[in-house]
Design a protein around this ligand. Structure first.
Ligand code: BTN
Length: 262
């Protein structure tokens, strides 16, 4: 599988030499974190054929059956403060859309902040994690984890996900996981985190949450609101029915559509 991924990846891609492939991991993010803590360089890529404990945002799990999806994490080491990386999940979302576009010929949409969506169903997700150097206050490393449902038929999803999940195969776009993996590696390698306004402008055009009525979930609290804007840091600006506007952060809040997942 590693050779197949490399066969699709440009000979010029500087991340070719730091690709680690595993048949099974608990989580590619967890493995990438361990490698980063042991000094693995910027651009180290961890790919697994299956994950036994694939993780999502806010403590959720990510279904990761063998050979059915793409499960990938990358170590990035931008020399900056954590505040300068608030848009990382959005940047990774744009990169993931471009990779699907290149491999499958269509572009998914993004549900704020980290879900890839096709026809109102979840096609994949992104989990970013940061480690900050206690002495310098700078980012030591960030892990960008991406999972994309590739070859699943509906029965491959756990029953509780069948109404909200989809895959490229189920969407009629059969794609080789190795090709999609290579496209993801290239798109993440090409990601320019320094141009925040341009990145966020791109994210906004792909984001289906903007302009929608949404249910804002914060712990046990649920409130209806209208999604009016996104900041250049990737926070969502919502207006509640009493007219109050609030900027909500993806670290604490998730949103659902009023009539379903999207
Ligand atoms: C979410 O749905 O909230 C995000 C899902 C992210 C899943 C990917 S799969 C590769 C990487 N390893 C993980 O454990 N999670 C991410």
């Amino acid at each position: 599988m590693k050779q197949k991924i490399l066969s699709y990846l440009s000979a010029e891609c500087p991340w070719r030499d730091t690709l680690h492939w595993y048949s099974t991991l608990d989580s590619t993010n967890t493995k990438a974190k361990a490698l980063a803590a042991a000094g693995a360089p910027h651009g180290t890529v961890v790919v697994a054929d299956a994950q036994t404990s694939g993780r999502g945002r806010l403590g959720r799990s990510f279904s990761s059956p063998a050979g059915k999806g793409v499960y990938l994490s990358v170590i990035v080491r931008p020399a900056c403060k954590p505040e300068a990386l608030m848009h990382l999940t959005c940047a990774a979302g744009v990169a993931a859309c471009k990779a699907v576009e290149a491999a499958a010929g269509f572009s998914p949409q993004l549900k704020w902040i980290n879900d890839l969506i096709f026809e109102k169903k979840k096609l994949g997700g992104i989990l970013t994690e940061l480690s900050v150097n206690g002495k310098t206050g700078l980012v030591d490393y960030a892990i960008v984890g991406i999972g994309i449902n590739c070859c699943q038929q509906m029965q491959d999803f756990p029953p509780e996900l069948r109404s909200i999940a989809t895959s490229l195969f189920a969407a009629g776009k059969a794609v080789s996981p190795a090709l999609l993996t290579a496209n993801l590696i290239q798109a993440l390698c090409d990601m320019d985190l320094t141009n925040k306004p341009a990145l966020m402008a791109d994210y906004r055009t792909r984001c289906i949450t903007l302009g929608q009525d949404v249910l804002v979930l914060q712990g046990d609290v649920k409130q209806y609101a209208h999604a009016v804007d996104l900041t250049d840091d990737g926070a969502l600006v919502v207006r509640f029915s009493n007219g109050n506007t609030e900027t909500v952060n993806a670290g604490e809040v998730s949103v659902r559509g009023m009539y379903g997942y999207v």
